[in-house]
Write a protein that binds this ligand. Structure first.
Ligand SMILES: [Zn+2]
Length: 139
């Protein structure tokens, strides 16, 4: 056990003791017996929930031509605060939260793919995964 793990364990124990004491005040021995494990589970459960809530950073998707992967992108410039990802075919994209948007003429953004937690990158329903102007006008 590392020092950090020990510290977390002690904090966890402290929380458990607090909840157990609260349980004791509410319901005597049964309150104490229920309160301790509930208190002990509180921190791990909170951390687990935080992991669910925090945004994950997915790798970059394959380009529409299917020839470039995560590592094949360069970052030649930015649009506002957004970094432009350029694949080897010369296509440009920006990340907008969970979406990977195609950069068109005069820096117009078109839907390409959306990140889904379970499925990974899927075709953006707004643009059917084409990443073109025509696609965005259809929907
Ligand atoms: Zn490409």
């Amino acid at each position: 056990m590392t020092m950090i793990e020990l510290a977390v364990f002690l904090v966890n124990l402290l929380i458990a003791a607090q909840i157990a004491e609260l349980g004791w005040r509410i319901g005597s021995w049964p309150g104490l017996i229920i309160g301790f494990p509930v208190g002990f589970a509180l921190l791990p459960v909170a951390c687990w929930m935080l992991g669910k809530v925090l945004p994950e950073v997915p790798p970059r998707p394959t380009c529409p031509n299917g020839s470039c992967d995560h590592d094949d992108y360069e970052f030649p410039r930015s649009i506002g605060f957004r970094l432009v990802c350029r694949c080897k075919c010369g296509l440009e994209f920006v990340r907008v939260r969970r979406r990977f948007m195609r950069v068109g003429p005069s820096d117009t953004l078109y839907p390409y793919v959306v990140w889904k937690r379970k499925k990974g990158w899927v075709a953006d329903p707004k643009g059917e995964g084409k990443g073109t102007e025509e696609a965005s006008q259809e929907g």
